[in-house]
Design a protein around this ligand. Structure first.
Ligand code: DAH
Length: 357
């Protein structure tokens, strides 16, 4: 070992002790958090005094290194603890100072963080999904931007068919599908009928809750965007009687009391025969009131036996299988359930409305 290195260890020891005592002394004088920060940088910072001393470690003999390493660690820990407790003290003092002389009412409730909750539309959707799942239906989904083929042709609504006028559509410009025509914002959830037949084949039992769009002049009962639920059941020996049973059971479970349903003839190109389903008014229990327009019945949904052309479009063997489909407005169901008088409340994002549910 070179002679000069003999002195390194005692010198380092000395320096460490000096550092410790001068740091602790300086710490006593500190009055503010800023001063404390500066002092910490001076002694313990990356370019501070302790680092400076530790640079000498590399010149020590292998036998000396661990001893001095341990000593410097002890000093470092001690100083860090002292700095931390000083910081705590200064922070407490400053809080006390801020509050001293002021009236501080400890009984004022704290700031509460508002907790969000599920939108009424989603709440009912979850309930609908739960009830149909219990009856063995799967839940399916489909694209909101749909091709003309799935939205219309596949459902037995050719381009020149007057039924197209029943649903005024938003077209997406310049995004035509390579063989399925123009792209549209789907006007109903029915396109998922053919899509799911193609994907899963028969037998089939599922519902499709989803958002749909129409070019509507908006008013209290019409919006350009609303939600529907499509239902479809395909199997052997299926009849309208099954539809009636399923819907009566569904509505009874949803409303928590016995509901009756009735059919009226209706026209939809994708079903034959086509039917409208009404349910008995829950407000007047069939006696006739304002909600049911004195009829005792509330119009609920379109339905019918799936048209042969639709089964063919979905690749289902229409000689072996038959089925029914229905579509109802989830948005309207929510409005009925909660007595909401304007459809636009549901999507305008006003939290005063949402918080009522
Ligand atoms: N898609 C129709 C509409 O939006 C509703 C509908 C009617 C769906 C009859 C069906 C059905 O599945 O069979 O007006």
């Amino acid at each position: 070992m070179p002679l000069k290195n003999l002195y390194i260890k005692p010198r380092m020891k000395n320096e460490l002790q000096q550092l410790e005592s001068s740091a602790l002394k300086a710490l006593k004088e500190v009055k503010t958090l800023d001063e404390l920060k500066d002092l910490e940088v001076k002694f313990l910072g990356r370019k501070g005094e302790l680092t400076g001393i530790l640079r000498g470690l590399k010149d020590l003999s292998p036998a000396e290194k661990p001893e001095m390493g341990a000593l410097s660690n002890t000093v470092k820990k001690k100083l860090e603890a002292a700095f931390a407790s000083k910081q705590q003290k200064l922070e407490n003092d400053s809080l006390e100072q801020q509050l001293s002389g002021q009236f501080f009412d400890t009984t004022i409730p704290g700031k509460s963080r508002p907790i969000g909750h599920i939108h009424p539309l989603s709440q009912i959707q979850e309930e609908v999904e739960r009830i149909f799942s219990q009856m063995g239906f799967s839940i399916a989904d489909g694209p909101e931007i749909e091709s003309e083929y799935y939205n219309f042709e596949g459902l037995n609504i050719p381009a020149d068919h007057p039924a197209r006028d029943m649903q005024d559509t938003f077209f997406i410009e310049g995004k035509d599908h390579k063989d399925h025509g123009r792209m549209v914002l789907r006007t109903h959830t029915s396109p998922v009928q053919v899509r799911s037949m193609e994907k899963y084949g028969a037998p089939l039992r599922l519902i499709v809750p989803g958002r749909v769009f129409r070019n509507e002049a908006t008013d209290a009962s019409h919006d350009h965007t609303f939600d529907q639920v499509e239902g479809i059941l395909i199997d052997e020996n299926i009849s309208i009687a099954h539809l009636k049973g399923v819907m009566k059971e569904f509505l009874t479970r949803l409303f928590g009391k016995e509901v009756n349903v009735r059919f009226r003839p209706g026209y939809f190109p994708f079903v034959e025969p086509g039917l409208e389903l009404d349910f008995s008014c829950l407000i007047c229990e069939g006696k006739g009131c304002r909600v049911c327009k004195k009829t005792g019945w509330v119009e609920f949904m379109g339905s019918g036996m799936i048209h042969e052309n639709v089964l063919k479009a979905g690749g289902v063997d229409h000689k072996k299988y038959q089925g029914w489909a229905f579509g109802f407005g989830l948005t309207r169901l929510v409005m009925m359930r909660y007595g909401i008088d304007d459809i636009r409340h549901l999507t305008n994002g006003d939290l005063r409305f949402n918080h009522q549910f």
